[in-house]
Write a protein that binds this ligand. Structure first.
Ligand SMILES: NC(=O)c1ccc[n+]([C@@H]2O[C@H](COP(=O)([O-])OP(=O)(O)OC[C@H]3O[C@@H](n4cnc5c(N)ncnc54)[C@H](O)[C@@H]3O)[C@@H](O)[C@H]2O)c1
Length: 270
C-alpha cells in the first residue's frame, strides 16, 4: 500500500489526510508535519487512524510519496530532500516553480533518482486539454480571472495604481498582461498562473486578464486555448474551502484525485 507523508496541515493538507483516513484513497498516511504544532494536533483529532507527527527528514524516510501543501517556502526547504531521498513529490504551492533554478534542480533530481513530481491541476479546469494540445502546437493561452471587489482588496496592482475595487458598478477589466507580470500584480493568482504556464507555453507567453465584478461571489477563471487542434474554453466558478477562504475547494479535491490516480489501476483522463 502506498505510504503518504503530508507536509502542511492546513485546509488542503487536512482534507487530503481525511480522504486517506476515510478510505477514499487506497493508501496509508504514515506521517504529517506542520510548523504549527496546533495545526497538527487539530488534524490528528479529526482522524480515526492517527499518523505520527515527525520532522521532515523522518517523514521522508517513512513515505513513498511526500505531499507538500504548506507554502512556497516549504517547496524550497523540503522538495530536494524528498527527491534526493528517492521519494516522489507532490507540489501544491506550485507558484514556487516560477523560480527556474528551483524547478531545474527538482526536475534533475527527480531524473537522477528515478522519481516523479506531481502537480495537480489545482483550482482550474482545462489542464488536461492543454496538455493534449501541447503535443501539437499552441498559438495562444489566455486566462481571465473575474473576482468580487473583496477578492482584489490589497493586491499590489490595486494599491500602486490607486484603484478602489469597490468603485465599479459592473464587470470591468482592470489588468491585461502576461503571467509573469500578473503574478507580481496579483500574487493571490500565483498558483493558477504557474500551473497554466507550466502546462502550456510558459510565463512570458501566457496572457492574463483580471476583471472586477461586484455582482459575483465566486472566483471565476475562464481559460481559452487556441492551437493546431482547434480551440477550447473552460470556465470554472470556484467555491472557497470552508477552512481557508483564500483556497478553492477544488484545489484540495484535485490533490485527492491525483493521489487516487496514482493508486488506482484504471487511469482516466490525460
Ligand atoms: N495549486 C493550486 O491551485 C492551489 C490552490 C490553493 C492553494 N494552493 C497552495 O497550497 C498551499 C496550502 O494551501 P492551504 O489553503 O492548505 O493553506 P493553509 O494556510 O490553510 O495551510 C498551510 C499550512 O502549512 C503550514 N506551513 C506553512 N509553511 C510551512 C513550512 N515552511 N513548513 C511547514 N509547515 C508550513 C501552515 O502552518 C499551515 O498549517 C499554499 O501554498 C497555497 O498557496 C495551491
Amino acid at each position: 500500500m502506498l505510504k503518504i507523508g503530508v507536509i502542511g496541515c492546513g485546509a488542503i493538507g487536512a482534507q487530503i489526510c481525511r480522504a486517506i483516513d476515510s478510505g477514499a484513497i487506497n493508501a496509508k498516511l504514515t506521517a504529517i508535519y506542520d510548523r504549527s504544532d496546533k495545526h497538527c494536533e487539530m488534524l490528528l483529532e479529526s482522524l480515526k487512524i492517527r499518523p505520527v507527527v515527525s520532522l521532515p527528514a523522518e517523514l521522508i524516510k517513512n513515505a513513498d510519496i511526500v505531499v507538500e501543501c504548506a507554502s512556497q517556502a516549504a517547496v524550497g526547504e523540503h522538495g530536494l530532500c524528498v527527491l534526493n531521498g528517492g521519494k516522489d513529490l507532490m507540489i501544491m504551492s506550485v507558484g514556487a516553480l516560477m523560480d527556474q533554478k528551483l524547478l531545474d534542480d527538482l526536475v534533475n533530481s527527480a531524473k537522477s533518482n528515478n522519481c516523479k513530481i506531481y502537480i495537480p491541476s489545482g483550482a482550474i479546469s482545462g489542464i488536461d486539454g492543454l496538455r493534449s494540445a501541447k503535443i501539437a502546437s499552441i498559438d495562444r493561452v489566455e486566462i481571465s480571472t473575474i473576482k468580487n471587489p473583496k477578492g482584489l482588496e490589497g493586491a499590489p496592482f490595486m494599491i500602486e495604481n490607486n484603484i478602489d475595487p469597490y468603485s465599479f458598478q459592473k464587470k470591468t477589466m482592470i489588468f491585461n498582461g502576461n503571467a509573469k507580470e500578473a503574478v507580481k500584480a496579483f500574487p493571490a493568482n500565483v498558483n493558477v498562473a504557474a500551473s497554466l504556464s507550466l502546462a502550456g507555453i510558459g510565463f512570458e507567453k501566457t496572457r492574463v486578464k483580471v476583471f472586477v465584478d461586484p455582482k459575483i461571489s465566486r472566483n471565476i477563471h475562464e481559460i481559452r486555448v487556441e492551437g493546431d487542434f482547434g480551440n477550447f474554453t473552460s470556465r470554472i466558478e470556484n467555491i472557497p474551502s470552508k477552512d481557508n477562504p483564500r483556497t478553492s475547494l477544488l484545489a484540495a479535491l484535485s490533490a485527492i484525485a491525483t493521489l487516487k490516480k496514482i493508486t488506482e489501476p484504471l487511469q482516466i483522463g490525460t
